[in-house]
Design a protein around this ligand. Structure first.
Ligand SMILES: [Zn+2]
Length: 393
């Protein structure tokens, strides 16, 4: 077992350099081969450590790392080597960064298992751990964003249970008998499989570094969710720095909008935004028709489903001849507005559909409600009237 697995919080160690070679991809780099190290070479979504070598009072930055077969290979820049390298070198890592990544990694296991418990068909695609924000990519057909708070709460409950985190090595074929093991066999190149167990909650094959007990994780906070079809990207943090930024942002928003209930305010804003998007889509779709029909004998019939009152009012104000028909949500009733049409047409519409409403003769606007007709029926009726019209949807 490598030292980075034995103790995730150890920040230095002395190791024997088994051999040195020029890096196969970059001739300016020197590769140092080790059979053991505290330096995590990267993998399982966890980036490699950052750190340096110490010898003869000099410090050389480790610029790249990888694992190949049983070796941990650390690369340094050749021109930084002023003295001959000793056989044994001291390796030191940026321990604060390692701690953050270790906490993020165990959090990711807990978070994804929590998701799996709610959506058993969720499939983990990729993990990208970071010091501040980490990301989990997964595929899930029936994922429902509204349960995000529940997932977050469940994951934080697991942390509170102070579960021990243990790891063990198994032969690859042996791992097949482990119950409920989360494993992506095709991604495991070694013969041995490292299995990480979080209490009785989760068991997963993983090469990364992990906390010893879930009590080391301060909290899991979901800060974002993106969805593209069935692919979901969940962003989370354990960092209080990020939380501090969120808190500052919330406070600023509260001060700016003087809203006591910020949550409700934000929800309304998001709703409003979706309405505006719908308006915009409608306008883009119909802009050519709206522009091109200035001739007086063309009537624009607008079947309005879902565009905002603001946009409706704008259209009424700016078009000369229009019929606006829209179903009243949740009822069988249809609202109808007629502007700039001849009395004959208005009267036949009122009669045919038993329209109840009022006529503003000055503005030549009739507004009413029909219980008898739906938009399709009205359009069908208008088509028989020998009127020239353009239907906008
Ligand atoms: Zn992992």
């Amino acid at each position: 077992m490598f030292d980075f697995h034995k103790d995730p919080y150890k920040d230095c160690g002395e190791y024997l350099v088994v051999k040195t070679e020029t890096n196969p991809e970059n001739k300016n780099l020197l590769d140092l081969y080790f059979t053991n190290n505290i330096f995590y070479p990267g993998g399982a979504g966890q980036p490699a450590d950052k750190g340096w070598l110490e010898f003869n009072n000099s410090k050389i930055e480790i610029v790249a790392a990888r694992k190949s077969n049983d070796y941990i290979i650390l690369s340094i820049e050749k021109n930084k080597v002023k003295y001959e390298l000793p056989k044994i070198v001291k390796v030191k890592i940026n321990i604060n960064r390692r701690k953050k990544l270790t906490i993020a990694h165990s959090s990711e296991h807990i978070l994804f298992k929590t998701i799996l418990n709610k959506f058993p068909n969720a499939k983990n695609l990729k993990v990208k751990l970071g010091e501040e924000i980490s990301e989990v990519f997964f595929e899930c057909k029936d994922f429902d964003e509204s349960v995000i708070s529940e997932i977050e709460a469940d994951a934080n409950e697991i942390i509170k249970r102070e579960l021990e985190v243990k790891s063990e090595l198994f032969e690859k074929n042996e791992s097949e008998n482990i119950k409920e093991l989360r494993i992506k066999k095709d991604r495991i190149k070694d013969n041995k499989v490292r299995v990480v167990k979080i209490g009785d909650f989760d068991i997963s094959a993983c090469a990364g570094t992990h906390v010893k007990n879930t009590k080391e994780i301060p909290f899991i906070f979901i800060v974002g969710i993106n969805r593209k079809n069935n692919e979901i990207k969940l962003k989370f943090t354990n960092s209080s720095d990020v939380l501090f930024n969120f808190a500052t942002l919330s406070r600023d928003l509260m001060q700016t909008y003087k809203k006591e209930n910020l949550k409700e305010f934000l929800r309304n804003t998001i709703h409003q935004q979706s309405y505006l998007k719908r308006d915009l889509r409608w306008l883009i779709k119909n802009i050519e028709n709206l522009k091109s029909t200035h001739e007086n004998n063309i009537i624009r019939i607008i079947n309005l489903e879902g565009i905002t009152n603001d946009l409706q009012n704008f259209i009424i104000k700016n078009l000369n001849k229009i019929i606006i028909i829209s179903r009243i949500p949740g009822t069988e009733k249809t609202k109808i507005l007629i502007k700039g049409l001849e009395g004959y047409t208005i009267n036949s519409l009122i009669r045919s559909f038993e329209l109840k409403g009022n006529l503003n003769k000055e503005k030549a606007v009739f507004q009413g409600v029909s219980e008898k007709a739906n938009p399709e029926k009205i359009i069908e009726f208008l088509k028989k009237q020998n009127l020239i019209f353009i239907e906008l949807k």
